[in-house]
Ligand binder design. Structure first.
Ligand code: CA
Ligand code: CA
Ligand code: CA
Length: 452
């Protein structure tokens, strides 16, 4: 059997190298237009991962022994991704995940026991041997979460902090549950969102028209989100003097692979930059900025060339509150890029539906091949895929890409990301399964650094 597998693998390698040579003569870089991608590809290095952990006793029977106690989902570096309270014998986790991660740990911080779980699993068992002394631990604010495991031990309205990417803050020791100090804070990662701005026309695919590197924080009250914040670095801005732009975020409740619209007023802007405000035109939308010219030095750019000045990325942030009565366990935040001169001209990532204020007459014009209409209703599959996706071309190409990294060199103006990042093409054409860390391997002559 082993020999057969080996022979078959050799055959596949030969076959794939032949195909590759036919398609791409050596040394030739395709244009973005020529990329052929799988129909289910959504141009994102991030997915939502849901995991049900069933608590069982030693005889394999579902157990209520851990009800009311905290359980953690931890990455293999020890970063706590999510802490939940066990209810009815189950710990229900739902996290945004870097698709490069294959294994995580479920950890009981009280007993110090952990089990590994593959991210292909949606359910796993967690066996406990005896009841713990959790109920006897001191709980200063009487919110039901013992001080040791309460991120806000003297605030009954808050229990846990959750960050995305998880490495942005809380690193925990899975056996003791205690928070570790980061050995190397520069190792912290960002959620990168890179945009093309000429939709519904295809642009030059340099993907540097707006690059935002962000970190999202959610604060939970028990298992429900009650507030949060977005901290962002404006990493690169292109061509904004001729085409000033804004950026908003639309908030959704997430569950079982679906996103759900929230009742108006569920998510409210609480504080942030002087120009940040509730978007009256988008239900549960917050306009981070309406005009980039009011945010960064108008001569600032990170895209090289012989104009402008380079500099350190601008830090901007805002905070929001969430009605706990809405019982939102998981809050998803989808950005919408828009033109300052026409806020209904909006551009989103592949698979995001239009907002309620989007100009629907722009869809299916120029290079866009989105569905005909969208009605805000209950839930929808997210991300929308293939012909159900908005903000796609007929070749399933996007106007933006998302991934997690600790750094990103910016493609030079008018340099296709395929040339700037030699591994990008294979990443896209394999539907994300090959070269998943393409963003670590720039062509240094075709990109410029942002961080000093
Ligand atoms: Ca407490
Ligand atoms: Ca508390
Ligand atoms: Ca561009």
């Amino acid at each position: 059997m082993k020999r057969f597998v080996l022979l078959f693998s050799v055959f596949l390698v030969i076959l794939s190298s032949c195909v590759k040579q036919d398609e791409i003569p050596e040394g030739e870089v395709k244009s973005f237009d020529e990329l052929v991608v799988p129909s289910d590809f959504t141009w994102s290095g991030i997915s939502r991962y849901n995991l049900s952990v069933i608590i069982k006793d030693l005889s394999g029977v579902s157990s209520a022994l851990l009800n009311g106690q905290p359980m953690d989902l931890v990455d293999m570096d020890g970063n706590r991704m999510q802490r939940v309270i066990v209810e009815e014998g189950k710990a229900e986790f739902s996290v945004l995940l870097d698709k490069n991660l294959t294994k995580l740990m479920v950890s009981d911080p009280v007993s110090g026991t952990s089990v590994q779980v593959k991210v292909t699993s949606s359910e796993t068992n967690f066996t406990v041997s005896s009841s713990s002394s959790y109920q006897n631990l001191s709980d200063t604010d009487s919110d039901g979460v013992a001080d040791l495991y309460d991120d806000f031990p003297s605030d009954a309205s808050k229990s846990f902090v959750e960050t995305f990417p998880a490495s942005a803050s809380y690193a925990v020791n899975p056996s003791s549950g205690s928070v570790l100090t980061k050995a190397d804070p520069s190792d912290e990662e960002y959620y990168f969102q890179i945009f093309e701005d000429l939709w519904p026309s295809k642009g030059d695919f340099d993907m540097n028209d707006l690059i935002v590197a962000s970190r999202i924080t959610w604060v939970k009250t028990g298992n429900y989100v009650s507030s949060g914040s977005v901290n962002a670095k404006i990493w690169a801005v292109g061509a904004y003097i001729t085409l000033p732009s804004g950026l908003g975020y639309e908030f959704f409740k997430s569950g079982s692979g679906m996103l759900y619209y929230l009742n108006e007023g569920t998510v409210t802007f609480t504080s942030g930059e002087a120009y940040t405000h509730q978007d009256e035109a988008v239900s549960n939308g917050i306009a981070f900025w309406d005009n980039i010219l009011g945010v960064v030095n108008p001569y600032y750019n990170n895209v090289g060339g012989d104009w402008g000045v380079s500099g350190t990325p601008k830090d901007v942030s805002f905070s929001f509150s969430v009605l706990t009565s809405a019982k939102v366990r998981t809050l998803d935040i989808l950005p919408y890029f828009y033109y300052t001169e026409d806020k209904t001209h909006q551009i989103r990532f592949f698979g995001s539906p239009p907002t309620i204020s989007a100009d629907m007459s722009l869809f299916r014009t120029e290079d866009d091949d989105s569905p005909i209409s969208w009605t805000q209703g209950g839930g929808f599959n997210y991300p929308l895929q293939n012909t159900a996706a908005f903000y796609r071309t007929s070749a399933n190409h996007p106007w933006g890409v998302q991934f997690i990294s600790n750094d990103f060199r910016v493609p030079l103006e008018k340099t296709s990301i395929i040339a700037a990042y030699p591994e990008f093409q294979e990443w896209a054409e394999s539907g994300g399964s090959l070269n998943p860390e393409w963003y670590f391997y720039p062509d240094e002559d075709l990109t410029i650094p942002v961080l000093p």
